[in-house]
Design a protein around this ligand. Structure first.
Ligand SMILES: NC(=O)c1ccc[n+]([C@@H]2O[C@H](COP(=O)([O-])OP(=O)(O)OC[C@H]3O[C@@H](n4cnc5c(N)ncnc54)[C@H](OP(=O)(O)O)[C@@H]3O)[C@@H](O)[C@H]2O)c1
Length: 278
């Protein structure tokens, strides 16, 4: 877990860049900071919405496709539902336009929408490849492309991507999903370099297995004994922690950073262990 500097500890985002001691700029204290959360109609995204709502003081904009489920989560969180499909860049553009219309901007983007696919790669239908890459990777990039100029202009804000341990270590029979999540982590890392010295933070929360409809929806149940599935609320706590304390990478549960670090430091050893125990 790595802290990159102070970020919004309170719903009122701090002005300017961390450690910046120049003249204070006006603080828009009357306006609640805006969080746009994708994947909010289910699982982790719904839990993140509930977590932000419980903190209080946020204007919450929630995205998903299922209007009924999204509306129910939004009602519980006093949030605005902005349903749309993110599998095309146009959908990402529509969502950000709608968010700007409703709230005038976005301070925090939580990109949580995602889908899985499991099975031997050689049996993966081309349409499923495209969909996983579209929702798990391209949508994150396109949403960021739309939101970031505004955030950069104000020199404050936070991008948070929901990654996966699959992206950190690779998982057998989840090759495309793992590749998409690894790319999201590399995208975040690269943006961090580009945004260094600004007031913009970039975080990736890296969950292991989480107890959500994700596995049922991909049509393949979770069958490993480790990591044990955790409640979505634990991931939501990690997301909040990353936003509130400016953490660039948070594994949840925390012990998962160990295999990721071993793979980084000793990939051959990691591969031997993974082949033996995975
Ligand atoms: N569950 C796990 O074990 C686990 C582990 C690591 C990482 N993750 C990641 O966590 C994130 C959330 O997953 P989850 O476990 O909460 O799964 P989930 O309960 O199935 O929720 C997935 C969410 O993504 C939305 N979504 C899917 N396709 C979309 C599209 N084309 N356009 C817009 N929204 C779309 C869904 O919207 P609708 O329901 O309205 O269609 C839903 O809100 C994903 O990025 C996933 O990769 C999950």
């Amino acid at each position: 877990m790595e802290a990159t500097g102070p970020l919004p500890h309170t719903p009122v985002l701090p002005e300017g860049r961390p450690g910046h001691h120049g003249p204070a700029r006006p603080v828009h204290r009357n306006k609640a900071p805006v969080a746009l959360i994708t994947g909010a109609s289910s699982g982790i995204g719904a839990a993140v919405a509930a977590r932000f709502a419980a903190e209080g003081g946020w204007q919450l904009l929630l995205n998903g496709r299922d209007e009924t489920r999204l509306g129910q989560v939004a009602a519980r969180c006093a949030a605005t539902p902005l349903p749309c499909d993110l599998s095309e860049p146009a959908g990402c553009g529509q969502l950000v336009d709608a968010a700007f219309d409703v709230a005038g901007g976005v301070d925090v983007l939580v990109a949580g929408a995602g889908i899985g696919w499991a099975g031997p790669f050689t049996t993966m239908p081309p349409a499923a490849i495209d969909e996983v890459l579209a929702v798990d990777l391209a949508a994150v990039v396109h949403l960021t492309r739309r939101v970031l100029p505004h955030i950069v202009q104000r020199d404050r804000g936070h991008l948070l991507f929901v990654g996966s341990i699959a992206g950190a270590v690779g998982v057998r029979e989840e090759a495309v999903y793992s590749a998409a999540k690894a790319a999201v982590a590399a995208f975040a890392e690269s943006l961090r370099y580009e945004l260094a010295g600004t007031g913009v933070q970039v975080s990736v929360v890296v969950p292991g297995a989480v107890n959500t409809p994700f596995f049922a929806r991909r049509g393949a149940p979770y069958q490993r004994s480790r990591p044990r599935p955790i409640p979505a609320a634990r991931v939501a706590d990690a997301v909040w922690d990353a936003v509130a304390h400016g953490r660039s990478e948070v594994f949840v549960p925390g012990w998962l950073q160990l295999p990721a670090r071993v793979k980084g430091l000793a990939p051959a050893l990691f591969r031997r262990l993974a082949t033996r125990f995975a």
